[in-house]
Design a protein. Structure first.
Length: 358
């Protein structure tokens, strides 16, 4: 991936106010892209988008992804070269209480973006970000490959699997790779593991729960201590998304389809191991286990990243322990030096790009 490709590119990000979307906006601004964002307003005063004033680096529009006409008009006016669709209802446990909102946002929101993308008359590469939870989870020890069966028991996972189906249908029906010279649209989906990083305050996510407990001087409560997840720092999959978008733009036939982004197999950790590492890094805190059996959550989930390693030439740059350390250092910096958090965030991006030799 080279800086020159993104310099001056018109990039639309849906969900730019969210955790990953705001980091991606900052990353693209550092690469010289012209960014437009469409998303709901940020929900927390300490969100990454808010504390770094990310709206300075994009043409920011606060709107619901369900508003098709609004999205269509913005795409028609902006004529993006690249679209990153991140807007979503991203929480498993929240989806049980709000299934209709989850399906409306994750399924119809995706359909809205793809339909509206027809308004882009120029060449346009579209990367739809879904999740590692799109796979029909059989709780087996084998990592899931892009060709494995999709499914989902909870509304969130199911809705994201449905979004993958929407993408496949649009690709076959309207944006077939073999007809690229006529429609000029290329589409890929990106499935990332459990993403951690500074500026995430979502409920029922492990690192935010750890930070909140430490700040409140209370015990960290974990529900599924033995659950295994592919943890990775937010900059890891974002680098993958950018690399995928660049290659997709240049070679639609080769790079369309689904791609997994996660840690190396030896880097997956149990929930309790992540908590114990966090306590060691911070040198404070304790945890207790309160198992919650009323809502189903997968116990074992691993991703096969062979395709991204061998075809895309993407690879993880941070160990899981480094990812946890980078994440907790960001929260500590926010607490100790809020006025300097933007410089710290930019340094994090630059340090990571240096690891990637960009």
């Amino acid at each position: 991936m080279g800086k020159e490709f993104f310099k001056g590119k018109r990039v639309l990000i849906t969900g730019h106010t969210g955790f990953k979307g705001s980091w991606l906006t900052l990353m693209l601004s550092q690469l010289g892209a012209e960014v437009m964002g469409i998303a709901l307003a940020p929900r927390h005063e300490n969100d990454f988008f808010v504390v770094n004033q990310i709206s300075r680096f994009c043409d920011s529009h606060i709107s619901d992804i369900s508003d098709f006409q609004f999205i269509k008009e913005k795409i028609k006016d902006f004529q993006p070269d690249l679209i990153f669709h991140l807007a979503a209802q991203p929480l498993v446990r929240y989806s049980y209480g709000n299934p209709l909102e989850t399906y409306q946002t994750n399924v119809m929101g995706t359909a809205n973006v793809l339909e509206a993308s027809k308004s882009a008359k120029s060449k346009c590469a579209i990367v739809v970000i879904t999740t590692d939870k799109v796979y029909q989870n059989n709780e087996w020890i084998y990592p899931y490959r892009e060709s494995d069966r999709l499914g989902g028991k909870d509304p969130y996972s199911s809705s994201k699997a449905c979004a993958e189906s929407v993408v496949a249908s649009y690709q076959h029906s309207f944006f077939h790779p073999q007809e690229f010279r006529h429609h000029q649209k290329s589409i890929a989906t990106a499935r990332a593991g459990n993403v951690i990083g500074g500026g995430d305050w979502s409920e029922d996510r492990l690192i935010p729960d750890i930070v909140r407990a430490i700040q409140a001087k209370t015990e960290i409560i974990i529900r599924n201590p033995e659950a295994i997840r592919p943890w990775q720092h937010v900059l890891e999959p974002l680098h993958g998304y950018l690399l995928l978008a660049e290659n997709l733009y240049q070679d639609p036939l080769k790079y369309s389809g689904a791609w997994n982004f996660g840690p190396y197999p030896q880097e997956v950790l149990k929930v309790k191991e992540v908590v114990e590492k966090a306590i060691d890094i911070l040198n404070m805190g304790s945890y207790t286990v309160k198992k919650n059996m009323d809502l189903h959550e997968a116990t074992l989930l691993k991703l096969d990243i062979s395709k991204s390693l061998n075809v895309l030439n993407w690879k993880p740059r941070l160990t899981t322990e480094e990812a946890i350390t980078w994440t907790l250092q960001w929260y500590k910096e926010l607490s100790d030096n809020r006025a300097g958090i933007f410089d710290y965030s930019v340094k994090s991006v630059q340090d990571y790009l240096n690891l990637c030799h960009i």
